[in-house]
Structure formats: structure tokens, C-alpha cells
Design a protein around this ligand. Structure first.
Ligand SMILES: Nc1ncnc2c1ncn2[C@@H]1O[C@H](COP(=O)(O)OP(=O)(O)O)[C@@H](O)[C@H]1O
Ligand SMILES: Cc1ncc(COP(=O)(O)OP(=O)(O)O)c(N)n1
Length: 271
């Protein structure tokens, strides 16, 4: 049994955060463990409240899991504060674990899930030890300090992010426009490729980023290459978006069951 870990916030609505991660892990046949950084009172309409854990308790959860389980890959999601980020980085620096960083900053409803001053800690402490970073466009803008509108901007921003020490960056295109949802994957050696899928016209996209990064983590945990892990994760999230559950009165969750039925999902790989 391959064991993976999510270090993230709890979404009481079950569509994002720890809950989306564990559902994704389970669907992809890996054993999921968790370190909870914050509780959120949240549903499909938005985040009503945030109750962060202390960095000491985050550290205790992390060490308790790592002392007992051989974790192959982990992801981080909502980390909330600079203190929590520094604590996590300090405890992971000497571990042989593949690290997927989803730099969660702002929920769809606009609520901050990461304090502003924590962005610098993420850049200085966490990204240098990360295997892969999966920013959406606003997150990439915050990390790089540049406006991202064109394909050239995406390439420039990726280059800036790679300079921070992360091995690979997946620039997610969910927030862009056009008939395709295009994610571009950049590596340290200058190579890159794109993953293109049909953009689905839906409001039910709560937790897409969490689900995508959790699927990459699960795939890495199973021993797939980084490239294969990202490709398969894109297929997983595409199926989850294409087959909405239509629950909740706002931005509903993606459908983590969907991959069981969606063998024919179309994702084009452009090298
Ligand atoms: N409407 C959509 N149709 C198809 N794929 C989408 C759609 N929205 C997002 N995605 C995909 O979901 C994944 C998460 O992207 P994104 O929504 O940008 O992240 P986040 O949830 O962090 O904002 C990416 O693979 C992106 O291409
Ligand atoms: C607890 C928690 N973690 C992360 C998010 C953000 O998830 P994301 O996949 O980026 O989806 P949206 O917020 O954009 O719907 C969250 N909301 N809560």
C-alpha cells in the first residue's frame, strides 16, 4: 500500500481542502494521511470562519504521522500563516518525500486562506524543497509580482518561479478564457509541455485545484513519473468537472467518483 499525506485546511463543505484530498487519494488507491493546518466553516457559498491550528500542533501532527508511516509523497494546500509554513519546511527539509505545493491563497468567494506576509515564507522556505508547484494564475501573479495575461507572461512567470528552486511548475489555466482549459508544465531543464482539455461551462468548480494537486500526489506516491503524474491528474480533474454532482446552492464540488465511469476523457498533450 502506497502512503501519501496532505497538509491542508479542513473544508466543512467537503469539496476542497483535506476532504477533497482524502477523497482523491482513496479514489486513486493510495492510503491518505493528513495534517490539518486550520478548520474552516465553509460551504459552496463561501468561507464563514477560519480557526487555525498552532504551528506547534501542526508540527506534532506531522511528526506523529512521519514517525510511523513511510510517506512516499505529500501535498500542501491551505497553510494559512508564515509560522506554519516555516514549521513544515523545517521538518521536511531532510526527508526523502516528493512534495507537491498547491499555493492556496484565496477561496473562490474572495476569503484569504493565506496571510499576505506568508507568501515570502512560502517562496523562501517551502519552494526550494518542493518537487512541483501548482499555481493558478492569480497565485502565480502574487508569487512573481507580475501581471499574467499572455502565453509569454506564463512562460516568464514560470521561469521566475523555477529560479526559486522548485523542480517543476504547473501553471494552471482554469482562470484563463477560451474553449480549452490549458495547463502548462515547465521543468528546470527548460523543457515544457501543455495539457489541453475542453473547458466546461459550469459553476461547480469548488476544489478543482485541491483535487488536481492531490491526484498528482497520489500518482507520485504510486511511483509514476512526474510527467505521467501530472497527465493522469489532469484526466482525473477533467472527469470530476465534466460530471458535476449539482449539490449545494453555490459553487458546488467536483465529482470525485467520476473517474470510475469516465474512461474516454480527452486530454491533449502538446509537446
Ligand atoms: N471550467 C473548467 N473546465 C475544465 N477544466 C478546468 C476548468 N476550471 C479549471 N479547470 C482545470 O482544473 C484544474 C485546476 O485549475 P484552477 O481552477 O485554475 O485551479 P484553482 O482551483 O487552484 O483555482 C486545472 O487542471 C484546470 O485546467
Ligand atoms: C480548506 C480549503 N482549502 C483550499 C481551498 C481552495 O480550494 P481550491 O481548489 O483552490 O478551490 P476554490 O476555493 O477555488 O473553490 C478552500 N476553499 N478551502
Amino acid at each position: 500500500m502506497n502512503i501519501v499525506l496532505t497538509i491542508a485546511g479542513s473544508d466543512s463543505g467537503g469539496g476542497a481542502g483535506i476532504q477533497a484530498d482524502l477523497k482523491t487519494f482513496q479514489e486513486l488507491n493510495v492510503f491518505g494521511t493528513s495534517v490539518i493546518t486550520a478548520l474552516t466553516a465553509q460551504n459552496t457559498l463561501g468561507v464563514e470562519g477560519i480557526y487555525p491550528a498552532t504551528s506547534e500542533f501542526v508540527e506534532q501532527q506531522l511528526n506523529t504521522v512521519l514517525q510511523d508511516f513511510e510517506v512516499k509523497a505529500l501535498k500542501t494546500g491551505m497553510l494559512f500563516s508564515a509560522d506554519i509554513i516555516k514549521t513544515i519546511a523545517k521538518n521536511l527539509i531532510d526527508k526523502n518525500i516528493q512534495i507537491v505545493v498547491d499555493p492556496v491563497m484565496i477561496a473562490k468567494g474572495g476569503q484569504a486562506l493565506l496571510q499576505d506576509e506568508a507568501v515570502q515564507a512560502m517562496k523562501n522556505e517551502l519552494l526550494p524543497i518542493a518537487t512541483v508547484l501548482t499555481p493558478n494564475i492569480p497565485e502565480a501573479e502574487k508569487i512573481t509580482g507580475m501581471k499574467i495575461e499572455t502565453a509569454d507572461d506564463i512562460q516568464q512567470a514560470a521561469a521566475k518561479i523555477l529560479q526559486l528552486g522548485v523542480n517543476c511548475v504547473v501553471m494552471k489555466g482554469g482562470h484563463l478564457e477560451g474553449p480549452s482549459a490549458v495547463d502548462t508544465v515547465f521543468f528546470q531543464d527548460g523543457s515544457f509541455f501543455q495539457l489541453k482539455s475542453k473547458r466546461i461551462d459550469t459553476k461547480h468548480t469548488h476544489g478543482t485545484g485541491c483535487t488536481f494537486s492531490a491526484a498528482i500526489t497520489a500518482n507520485l506516491g504510486k511511483g509514476l513519473s512526474l510527467k505521467e503524474s501530472v497527465i493522469e491528474a489532469k484526466k482525473f480533474v477533467q472527469m470530476a468537472i465534466e460530471n458535476p454532482l449539482n449539490i449545494g446552492r453555490g459553487h458546488g464540488p467536483t465529482n470525485h467518483f467520476a473517474h470510475r465511469f469516465g474512461a474516454n476523457v480527452e486530454v491533449e498533450i502538446v509537446e
